[in-house]
Design a protein around this ligand. Structure first.
Ligand code: MV4
Length: 446
């Protein structure tokens, strides 16, 4: 096992990785920008290194500084968290080339899944259902038109380097395909420096359901069930739950088996998530994430498995401690992302936290790196806390969520807590009746 891990991240996820390390007897190295000198992830770590100025490009994305910090502190491995460099294949390769272990999959698997066309082709060839479409890049308008006629309108043109909703264009009919195709290509070129696009049938009202997997270096692969991440606004998730209220046990078991079989054949290593659109009882793969995700705690709540601990064990060359039959899904969990933002306009609201009192009690978990007197800096993501509740049933989790939100005191900055309170009172949310477009209508109403 590693003696020392450098955590190449900040905020609540840096703290989350630190906690897993401490429980495994591993020393931690925090890195921070000049704006984060007083941050909790720095205070709790065994050692810390300042790696640059406040903008992430000068610090948390500065690969030379990160590798120097790992060298001078004698770290064995680097955990990238989520966001930042977590899905950067070149960084993963640099980490390995400098003699450190990258706590994540191989650079080749990161690269494969980073390109949405190769990702889709890889899992499709291994039996995972995908959205009907072009099966590869579409290089000219005539071909785009041909594919669209074949699969039927509406269609969606996506950038192969895209993901997270950037660089997508819908064409509702043949009249729109020419403009959609050229706009999608131009936006892909300017956003990602790559104008490669592909085409899919546009699904009008799907849910967004993802499957968490863990794979070790001995051919063992397990899935940890599903999460429903449909409640998003402009591709930013607000609330996630596990299991999805839309699936029955048979559907869950079937998709889980399909996914574990494919991941095993790929030789993938570590934690990963396969994202699906789910509509009319069918799953359609769209993308794979090769990192630990923001919403991983809902899966931890219903499985009892520490996903970050497993990432570290797998990277250290240890086998998974359990097989699929050892894993059972127990109860229901919901996570609210609490952002320092105006709850109606979503304008970021950095500033100094005054009084701070997080909720507690049975079935309540708060993952956060803020504290009374802490100043939320304006340079980074506005996520300041995650409230995760677990109950024996979805209703118990919902009652507990309302109770916990009512206890949460964060003074000094605006937060999205009032929006979460309103959400937990809405009959559609309470009944689990929502799709990927529902939340935008809900917040638009007011
Ligand atoms: C789609 C889709 C409908 N049909 N693909 C948006 C993010 C990107 N990762 C994939 N996305 C979508 N792909 C087909 N064929 C609708 C979306 C989509 C979406 C997906 C998941 C969660 C929220 C979303 C919001 C708008 C659009």
């Amino acid at each position: 096992m590693f003696d020392k891990v450098l955590i190449a991240n900040r905020g609540e996820i840096a703290l989350r990785v630190h906690r897993a390390c401490k429980e495994m007897g591993i020393a931690t190295v925090a890195v921070h920008s000049t704006a984060d000198a007083e941050a909790m992830h720095v205070r709790l770590a065994d050692e810390s290194v300042c790696i640059g100025e406040a903008p992430a490009a000068s610090s948390y994305l500065n690969t030379a500084s990160l590798l120097s910090a790992a060298t001078i502190t004698g770290a064995d491995a680097i955990h990238p968290g989520y966001g930042l460099l977590s899905e950067n294949a070149e960084f993963a390769q640099m980490v390995v080339d400098h003699g450190f272990v990258f706590i994540g999959p191989s650079p080749d698997h990161i690269r494969m899944m980073g390109d949405k066309i190769t990702a889709k082709e890889a899992v499709r060839s291994l039996g995972v259902p995908v959205v009907p479409g072009s099966d590869g890049a579409v290089r000219d308008e005539a071909r785009a038109r041909g594919v669209a006629e074949e699969i039927g309108y509406p269609v969606l043109i996506k950038a192969s380097s895209g993901g997270g909703g950037r660089g997508m264009k819908v064409a509702a009919s043949a009249d729109e395909i020419g403009a959609a195709f050229s706009t999608a290509r131009a936006e892909a070129k300017s956003n990602f420096g790559n104008d490669e696009v592909y085409i899919e049938k546009y699904l009008a009202r799907p849910r967004h359901i993802e499957i968490q997997v863990l794979a070790d270096g001995f051919g063992n692969v397990v899935h940890l069930g599903d999460r429903d991440c449909s409640l998003q606004r402009r591709h930013q998730k607000l609330l996630e739950e596990a299991p999805s209220p839309a699936l029955n046990a048979a559907e869950r078991a079937a998709i889980g088996q399909t996914v574990t079989s494919a991941i095993g054949k790929l030789g993938y290593l570590g934690a990963g998530t396969l994202e699906f659109l789910y509509e009319d009882g069918e799953f359609y793969f769209i993308e794979m994430n090769t990192r630990v995700q923001v919403e991983h705690p809902v899966t931890e709540a219903i499985t009892g498995i520490d996903i970050v601990r497993e990432q570290i064990r797998i990277a250290a060359g240890l086998p998974l401690g359990y097989a699929q039959e050892d894993i059972s899904l127990s109860g229901h969990a919901i996570e609210c992302r609490i952002n320092a933002e105006n709850p109606e306009t979503f304008v970021p609201a950095p500033g100094r936290i005054g009084l701070y009192h997080p909720p507690g009690g049975l079935g309540v978990r708060v993952d956060s790196a803020i504290y009374a007197g802490y100043t939320v800096p304006p340079y980074y993501d506005s996520l300041i806390a995650k409230l995760i509740v677990h109950g024996r049933t979805r209703n118990e989790a919902l009652m507990r969520l309302r109770r916990a939100l009512g206890e949460y005191v964060i003074e000094g900055v605006e937060t999205t807590i009032p929006l979460h309170v309103r959400l937990t009172e809405d009959p559609n949310f309470v009944n689990g009746v929502y799709d990927i477009h529902w939340l935008e209508r809900f917040v638009g109403l007011k």
